[in-house]
Design a protein around this ligand. Structure first.
Ligand code: OSB
Ligand code: MG
Length: 372
């Protein structure tokens, strides 16, 4: 197909409640939305980079630069076969996985619409509903943490992830565990610790956690393998895994026993499926992480999480948990069994409201094929 027109939008959306992690607190979420036009069809993609480089070095600003100057011109140059070709055309460019994933997602949406197949079907999904949980930010104090967790359990979430940071860890997790002895519980440190803090994680080893996510620095597989050797609880890597190669090497050196797959972080859905396939072949459980996406990115995450190897609940919560107003319909709702239904319509299976989009837009650019 020939991509004729590309529109980029920088959005800013207010979160229902501020989200605090070890790298900061945000009340608004920025992202970059990609809209492609090809042969009468429209494809949507979301780049999950944020306003500032807290989770990743990428920001909406760097993604915009990468897409506008380098990636989009390569896609506008001649017809493309499909998503794998996006990856191939950008192969000689370094870095910027979140940016390239946003562009690739929009091509997946186009391909799905052109072939009347859902993204889940294109990726090889095997289930219609996926098990999900909720990621709970750092709260002002232990009491409000316990009551926030209680309210999510009341809403039907059967798995809870607690964000932790130095000084706000063992005691808080213990308090939640004491209140909810049977809860499927896990923690995420977003790389805030070093190996000298191993005692913190050893103290959590008896709390029956499903996993400990990204305790140490993102570029440190060696210390993660030393930490994992000291724990019975599986270490799960998020920030450290930017590609299939990282996943293979992390497993080879015993740096983790579980992997959080985010299509954005690994540069797109093609690479995400490859990481999934590797883990499935090696018997390593995976789950789909989240980045506080809009309905666009969440639809893609649901499709990905429908693959057979996603055996742990994803960070894919109902639309209500994130935004009072979203840019896509339908809104995602939590089923009574702590699952969310995978969209079945063509492509991402959602309708994006251009009017809603407009209200959140800070900046917009249109790029067309110079040749016509
Ligand atoms: O580390 O998993 C993370 C949100 C933004 C950036 C990084 C992370 C997160 C979350 C929230 O934990 C997951 C979600 O519900 O989207
Ligand atoms: Mg994480």
């Amino acid at each position: 197909m020939r991509i004729e027109r590309v529109e980029l939008r920088h959005l800013r959306m207010r979160l229902r409640t501020p989200f605090e992690t070890s790298f900061g607190c945000e009340a608004e979420r920025d992202c970059l939305v990609v809209r492609l036009e090809a042969e009468g069809l429209v494809g949507w993609g979301e780049c999950a980079a944020d306003r500032w480089p807290g989770y990743s070095y990428e920001t909406v600003g760097t993604a915009w630069h990468f897409l506008e100057e380098f990636a989009v011109p390569r896609l506008l140059h001649g017809p493309i076969e499909g998503p794998a070709e996006v990856r191939a055309r950008l192969h000689h460019l370094k870095g910027h996985p979140l940016a390239r994933a946003g562009l690739e997602m929009a091509v997946w949406d186009l391909v799905g619409k052109a072939s009347s197949k859902s993204l889940a079907a294109l990726l090889g999904g095997t289930r219609q509903r996926v098990a999900v949980g909720v990621s709970v930010g750092i709260q002002p104090d232990v009491r409000s943490l316990v009551s926030t967790v209680a309210s999510y359990i009341d809403q039907g979430y059967a798995r809870v992830k607690l964000k932790i940071k130095p000084g706000r860890d063992v005691e808080e997790v213990r308090a939640v565990r004491r209140e909810f002895p049977e809860l499927r519980l896990q923690v995420d440190a977003n790389s805030a610790y070093s190996l000298e803090d191993a005692a913190v994680f050893e103290a959590m080893d008896d709390l029956g956690l499903l996993l400990i996510e990204q305790p140490l620095a993102e570029d440190d597989l060696i210390d993660h393998s030393r930490l994992q050797a000291r724990l019975r609880t599986p270490v799960c890597l998020d920030e450290s895994i930017l590609s299939l190669r990282h996943a293979r090497q992390a497993l080879d050196v015993g740096a983790c026993r579980v992997i959080n797959i985010k299509p954005g972080r690994v540069g797109g859905l093609c690479e995400a499926v490859a990481v999934h396939d590797l883990c499935l072949a090696r018997g390593v459980p995976v789950w789909c992480g989240g980045m506080l996406e809009t309905g666009i990115g969440r639809a893609a995450n649901l499709a990905l999480a429908s693959l057979a190897g996603f055996t742990l609940p994803g960070d894919i919560s109902a639309t209500d948990r994130y935004y009072a107003e979203d840019i896509a319909e339908p809104r995602f709702v939590l089923n009574a069994d702590s699952t969310i239904t995978v969209p079945q319509g063509p492509g991402l299976g959602i309708e994006v409201s251009e009017a809603a989009l407009e209200t959140f837009t800070l900046r917009r650019a249109v790029l067309c094929d110079a040749g016509g």
